[in-house]
Write a protein of this length. Structure first.
Lengths: 314, 523
């Protein structure tokens, strides 16, 4: 009997990750580290907003109109209340509203990208692997959609969805409609990248081998091709996240996104914009800074990820 | 070479300067006039704008007094059977056709037709008789001392033009030729009309009056966002904006390039209820009943709203509280009426509990977002205040173009409305907002909630025909008292007028918020 050579015990996933090239470049890039920290801080404060925020700005019963337009760190002339970042026209604490608003912005962003990703990957895999008229139809639809600005597509979808939802559910539905609208306007780039990568992968030997042993096309696509096309998808997803957050802010800024009773960062900026001339700068300034910090650091992280995952750029 | 460039630049400079020497005037408003049809929509943006192109038999002067326009004089017939108007001769419409009594009769038929939004102005009229080409008799069902001033916004349209263009009746919804074109006798004619984009006016050479203005071309641009309009004024892109965002008044007043023209508007902002509705339409927790039908719930709403806080923060001290549907500056204002319900959330909760809604309920609040000063912010504040006493409003704010149809279709559980009495008299809102809606009698056309009170319906014709001021006031006081007891509406405040102009513009502000172009001079 020959001894079967014993493989060394597999390293834990964490060890693997910590020793990987990607983590190495991460540690060496101060931009990436700082961006990741900013994202982490914002994410944690958004998730734990109900514990951090002093008031719940989404509860109209908690607002005191007399607190309206209180400047940051100054006591209100009538009520004597003081707020870290001041209050808006309705007496909402800007700090609390930013935290709660960020939850909406982040939730909509992440969910929209996830939705776009699932849709785009599925359609991309199918069109790349199946080819023929299926590919033609999917990719032409994608081409047509690319000729419209994505914000326009999102506004269109939002308008239609708003028209068909009953008014009493509109406020609750607004967030889901936003996700749908941004996700649907964003799937094309995922589909294109995945299709391109699938076209390359499907002629490789491992795919042919899988086919020879009779695996079903669905299994080949999911188990064999998908893992090999994921790294560009990851990069697009990160950059898309920043874009989705901005898209949500833009829609809300235009007044077609999150309802005024549940302000997201974009809604806050829209409200604040009306008070710039009159000197209540804090209503606009702080939400805008938060949006900037959030979008910029997610974007920088995406940039870094693209470089890290592409060996040719190293 | 450089000399040539200089010469060319100078020539170009002259070329550019030439049109600027002509007095062009640009202005921006929040709400575009929905239509050019003077009989289709009875609202200030429409009537105010059209006062520049169309004219009535009488018009209002700078101090709101009634003065001759297309009629040179008027006198009562007999013992108050009607009014005889003598028409102005030699007046032509913008298209050149001449004005006579037939146009007056036609405009009466058009403006009093069921398709018209102004029909209720003619509720007291029984018949219009053409005596000769320049004499018209308006017969009234009862003596009507205020009739001439009540038709100051009724504008005369050319019968031939309307027939030729298939616009003999106004069309509120679909629109017709008169929706996009205007052919009046006024000082300015509409040369370009692009709804929502721009409307261009030029002086009418053949106008019968003496021009006080020095404008050669005027352009109206609707800018929905007040901050954008303000930026346009500050940069000189427009010469006049209405309104100036209330929060920017203090800052603008210190800018030497612009002027703020302030006054109190005749407009009362109020909340309206669905009196007639069987059930709430936008409630997620109560079904098949209408809490607002109970006067205690309506009183609770009145007590829940902190009007002083709204005036202090959102209106920045620029508006006046009010206890009835007209401001104190109007004739017929009820001095006798007690103060408006005070802000008292405890009492509001007690009233709700008494009416059987101790746990509150949810409903839908409709609100315009480009019609009144800070309208959406006021509605948001109202939502918060009502939530504090336990009733949850779902706020839906929309532009007026969608808002009026929504109210006409009864799609509300509560709504925000502003009313400026066109006659400057307390009788006006009673006729429009309080009288039981009756298409035949042309009453209650803006009484969206269908409020109905038999006593008020009896009093209204008596008020209209009463000649003795003391008797009339006694009846107006009684109506005001019933309105307050019934809490038919919740009057909130009288809206301020805040106009902004460039420093080189002279104009006249009228308390009805009509912007009259023929009183504008550019220096």
């Amino acid at each position: 009997m020959t001894d079967i050579p014993v493989a060394p015990p597999p390293k834990s996933r964490l060890r693997l990750a910590l020793e990987s090239d990607v983590f190495y470049t991460f540690r060496r890039s101060p931009v990436a580290v700082i961006s990741a920290l900013v994202v982490l801080v914002l994410l944690v404060s958004a998730i734990f907003a109900p514990w951090i925020a002093s008031t719940n700005p989404f509860d109209p019963a908690s607002l005191n109109l007399m607190n309206g337009f209180t400047p940051p760190l100054e006591p209100n002339a009538f009520t004597g209340d003081s707020f870290l970042l001041g209050t808006d026209d309705q007496g909402r604490d800007v700090f609390s509203t930013i935290l709660y608003g960020m939850r909406i912005s982040l939730f909509v962003g992440v969910a929209a990208v996830a939705f776009a990703m699932v849709l785009g990957i599925t359609l991309g895999l199918i069109s790349g692997y199946v080819g023929g008229w299926v590919e033609t139809i999917i990719m032409r639809v994608a081409d047509v959609q690319l000729t419209f600005p994505s914000i326009l597509v999102a506004m269109l979808i939002f308008g239609i969805a708003k028209g068909i939802t009953p008014v009493e559910y509109r406020d609750q539905m607004a967030i889901w409609v936003l996700i749908l609208a941004i996700g649907l306007s964003d799937w094309v780039q995922f589909a294109r990248v995945v299709r391109g990568a699938t076209l390359v992968e499907k002629n490789k030997e491992y795919v042919q081998a899988a086919r020879l042993i009779g695996r079903k096309p669905g299994a080949i696509m999911l188990r064999h091709i998908l893992p090999n096309v994921l790294s560009p998808v990851l990069v697009i997803a990160t950059i898309s996240l920043a874009l989705a957050i901005i898209a949500e802010a833009t829609l809300s800024f235009l007044g077609v996104g999150a309802p005024p009773t549940q302000p997201s960062l974009g809604t806050l900026i829209r409200i604040g914009q009306g008070f710039l001339f009159s000197g209540e700068w804090w209503i606009l300034f702080f939400p805008a800074c938060t949006l900037l910090a959030l979008a910029l650091s997610v974007n920088l992280l995406g940039d870094w990820l693209r470089d890290a995952l592409n060996p040719r750029l190293r | 070479m450089s000399r040539m460039i200089c010469a060319a630049t100078a020539a170009l400079g002259v070329a550019l300067a030439a049109p600027a020497a002509a007095e062009e005037f640009k202005w921006a408003v929040t709400t575009d006039p929905q239509t050019m049809d003077p009989h289709a929509v009875n609202s200030t943006p429409v009537l105010g704008f059209l006062n520049n192109t169309y004219e009535g038999l009488v018009r209002r002067g700078k101090d709101m007094s009634v003065e001759p326009a297309l009629a040179t004089g008027w006198e009562p017939i007999g013992e108050g059977e009607g009014w005889r108007f003598t028409l102005r001769e030699g007046v032509t419409f913008h298209d050149g056709s001449s004005f006579d009594a037939e146009d007056v009769l036609f405009s009466y038929q058009r403006a009093s037709s069921p398709e018209s939004d102004t029909a209720s102005w003619f509720a007291p009229v029984s018949e219009v008789k053409v005596i000769d080409a320049y004499t018209v008799d308006f017969m009234t069902t009862a003596p009507n001392p205020l009739f001439p001033s009540s038709i100051a916004n009724w504008m005369i349209m050319d019968s031939g033009w309307a027939e030729a263009n298939n616009a003999t009746r106004p069309d509120k919804e679909a629109g017709n030729h008169a929706t996009l074109n205007a052919n009046g006798t006024g000082a300015f004619k509409v040369t370009t009309r692009e709804p929502g984009l721009r409307t261009v006016l030029e002086p009418f050479e053949g106008w019968w009056g003496e021009a006080e203005h020095n404008i050669t071309r005027a352009e109206l641009t609707p800018i929905q966002n007040p901050a954008t309009a303000l930026a346009a004024l500050l940069s000189g892109d427009v010469d006049f904006i209405n309104p100036v965002p209330i929060q920017d008044v203090a800052r603008l007043a210190s800018n030497p390039d612009v002027k703020v023209v302030q006054g109190i508007e005749a407009r009362v902002i109020m909340l309206g209820f669905p009196h007639e509705a069987e059930a709430l339409k936008f409630s997620s927790d109560i079904d098949g009943e209408n809490p607002f039908a109970d006067v205690r719930v309506r009183q609770a709403v009145a007590h829940a709203i902190n009007v002083p806080a709204i005036l202090q923060t959102i209106m920045r001290g620029n508006a006046e509280p009010v206890n009835q549907l007209v401001s104190a500056a109007m004739s017929g204002y009820s001095e006798a009426l007690g103060a408006a319900p005070a802000y008292d959330p405890e009492k509001a909760r007690a009233l709700l509990a008494e009416a059987g809604y101790a746990d509150g309920f949810s409903f839908g609040l409709k609100c315009p977002n480009n019609r009144y000063l800070n309208d959406e912010a006021v509605c948001q504040a109202v939502t918060g205040m009502l939530a504090q006493v336990g009733i949850d409003a779902t706020l839906e704010a929309m532009p007026v173009n969608n808002y009026w149809p929504e109210l006409r279709a009864d799609n509300f559980d509560m709504y925000l409305l502003g009313w400026s009495p066109g006659t400057f008299d307390a009788e006006h809102p009673i006729r429009f907002l309080v009288a039981t809606p009756n298409e035949e009698k042309k009453l209650g056309s803006w009484n969206f909630g269908g409020f109905s009170n038999a006593r008020i319906d009896t009093l209204l014709p008596m008020i209209q025909s009463e000649i003795d001021p003391a008797e009339r006031q006694a009846m107006l006081d009684e109506v005001a008292q019933i309105m307050a007891d019934e809490q038919a509406y919740v009057p909130l405040y009288v809206q301020p007028l805040v106009w902004g102009t460039r420093a080189n513009i002279e104009l006249t502000q009228r308390p009805d918020n009509f912007f009259i172009l023929r009183w504008v001079t550019v220096s």
